[in-house]
Design a protein around this ligand. Sequence first.
Ligand SMILES: O=C[C@H](O)COP(=O)(O)O
Length: 263
Amino acid sequence: MRRKLVVGNWKMHGSIATNKVLLEGVIKGVGQARDADYVVCVPYPYLCQAQHMLEGTNIAWGAQNLCARGDGAVTGAVSPTMLTDWGCTYVIIGHSERRMQFHETDDTAAARFHAAQEAGMTPILCMGETREERDSDWTEFIVGRQLDSILRRYGPGVLKNSILAYEPLWAVGTGHPATPEQAQEVHAFIRARIARCDAEIAAKVRILYGGSVKPENAAQLFRMPDIDGGLIGGASLTAESFVPICLAANALDAATMHWAAAL
Ligand SMILES: O=C[C@H](O)COP(=O)(O)O
């Protein structure tokens, strides 16, 4: 039984004042929701604020990127141990915005994925195809390549302590999410590809869907058999939209767990 997980990715949004309102609302809204896991990935300058406000709650915090190297002469970079110093337990790796706008590659994503694990964090590896790639029927090729960049370097064992996220670029920030069936198809493909290496790990790894998830569509997406929660961008910026998404995951998980326990 895979526990549902909802991760908010604030991207480059926030201020000390607005974060305070948002986090207070999220703590109030999901503080009692213990049947799923919740994380917020905040911009670096707000890690201190996240730690201060979330320590001792059921909401974890993380970063949106890291440098694969240890402390050293790398101007502008943030090392894995700097993140763990602020209590980060998760870090997003290979988000499409990093790949497109900062020229990050499968190779650099793999190195950062590994560095995050070495520092004791759980990396959230993002994968997904563009609209053109989907229209050319390349979805499995692109997502398979992104997944294989990790598998072929480190083997399936590294997926024990990691999260995968399918985020089709055509759905990110567009208001046009993948249908539950479209997302399920790719999630099932990812799981089957891992199962070729290790069936047990494939059955256990959590695969999130990201791309225009809203309170209105979250439950339908999360109900699909291979979708284990969501990576939420725009809708994670207010408690009014993020909390219902978190609660959708919580309610589904609670219902599924009670059902499974009754068998
Ligand atoms: O990391 C989050 C994704 O990029 C999804 O963003 P979105 O929910 O604004 O579409």
